[in-house]
Design a protein around this ligand. Structure first.
Ligand code: 13P
Ligand code: SF4
Length: 360
């Protein structure tokens, strides 16, 4: 119910933003024909009356993107009109970081949260990276500072520090290596072996950390950060969904351990897609951000996707009007001081060398 209410709130905000803008692109009949395949896709994923409202923005963004020579990247938690409508590169935080490092474009618009845009800038320092809303934060990233990491190191001398990418550039700069949920297990194992230790500092997500400790058998020093979206799921919700809908339960490792214990599969956002590819269940509940199911629904039309899901208020700050304004005015450029970026880059590049290890 909470996600239905917040979904309505976000949609209302979208329409109010539209009404207040004087530079709104306007719907005209030719748009339907110009974007016919996209209209078909969006009508499968969204209430059909919303599609004509999105189409003028999508058309205007695609035009601006072409003229600016920009590349638009969108995380899997972005709404379908962004994910399917305007993005050139889509995926999890690891895929976006890799794409930023490898792409040819000089201008990247990152539709995701701030730490993702920072990672892109760190890995592609000569490119201009814009974020449509600089206030798009993350409860994990804001749970820890660089000073906290230095204090942890002082308390546990000799232990390697593994930081989830959901951290600020300053925290990455204090870390030995980064990880995402797609490679956290392998990164922790690699660090324990390289440092010759049986304890590793893992931050800031205590739930992801607890899951990694369980998977690896390695003792982790944890930070008490949590994702405000995943921490609210309950084991009772998962059980109820399984029993009422006869659905498979797939959960992100940022969920509390008692939720993960109810899941048929635990994995990163990219691993969720791979698991569906392999398993093809009749019904599934993705215990994660709501747009994940919306975006996967297009790939798996035979699978029925069931709530519960929660909206990430930070991800949902990114809207089509915000992307349009960011591209039109070339605003909200992401800057990372080079002294910080150089050290954070080492931690990120070390992670990229470990690569992706989704286990399905
Ligand atoms: P991924 O690393 O799977 O993209 O997830 C990022 C995130 O913010 C999950 O809440
Ligand atoms: Fe951060 Fe959670 Fe939102 Fe992911 S879903 S960006 S971890 S607040």
């Amino acid at each position: 119910m909470a996600s239905v209410i917040s979904s309505a709130r976000f949609r209302a905000a979208f329409f109010i933003e539209r009404m207040n803008s004087t530079a709104d692109p306007i719907w005209h009949p030719a748009l339907e024909a110009r974007h016919a395949p996209l209209v078909e896709t969006l009508e499968r994923l969204l209430p059909c009356m919303e599609v004509p409202l999105h189409l003028p923005w999508i058309d205007a963004i695609l035009d601006l993107k072409r003229r600016r020579g920009a590349l638009i990247m969108a995380h899997s938690y972005q709404s379908p009109e962004i994910f399917h409508g305007v993005a050139d590169v889509t995926g999890d935080s690891l895929a976006l970081a890799q794409a930023a490092a490898e792409c040819d474009s000089r201008l990247i618009v990152l539709c995701g949260v701030h730490f993702m845009a920072e990672s892109a800038k760190i890995l592609a320092p000569d490119k201009t990276v814009l974020i449509p809303d600089p206030e798009a934060g993350c409860s994990l990233a804001s749970s820890i500072t660089a000073e906290d990491v230095r204090a942890l190191r002082a308390r546990h001398p000799g232990l390697p520090v593994v930081s989830y990418v959901n951290t600020s550039a300053a925290v990455k700069a204090e870390s030995d290596i980064c990880c995402t949920s797609a490679n956290a297990v392998q990164v922790v194992e690699a660090m324990a072996a390289e440092f010759g230790v049986d304890r590793v500092i893992f931050l800031p997500d205590r739930y992801l950390g607890a899951w990694v400790a369980q998977q690896t058998g390695i003792d982790l020093v944890l930070w008490q950060g949590q994702c405000e979206v995943h921490e609210t799921f309950t084991a009772q919700q998962a059980r109820h969904t399984r029993e009422q809908f006869d659905a498979k339960i797939v959960a992100h490792p940022e969920c509390p351990p008692e939720v993960l214990a109810e899941a048929d599969f635990v994995g990163s956002t990219s691993a969720m897609g791979q698991w569906l590819e392999k398993t093809r269940p009749a019904r599934v509940a993705l215990i994660t951000e709501c747009s994940m199911a919306d975006n996967l629904r297009n790939r798996f039309p035979q699978v029925e996707f069931i709530k519960p899901c929660n909206l990430c208020p930070h991800m949902k700050r990114i809207t089509l009007p915000a992307i349009h304004a960011c591209l039109r005015e070339l605003k909200h450029e992401v800057h990372v001081p080079e002294a910080v970026a150089a050290r954070a880059r080492m931690a990120l590049e070390r992670m990229l060398a470990v690569g992706r290890h989704d286990k399905v």
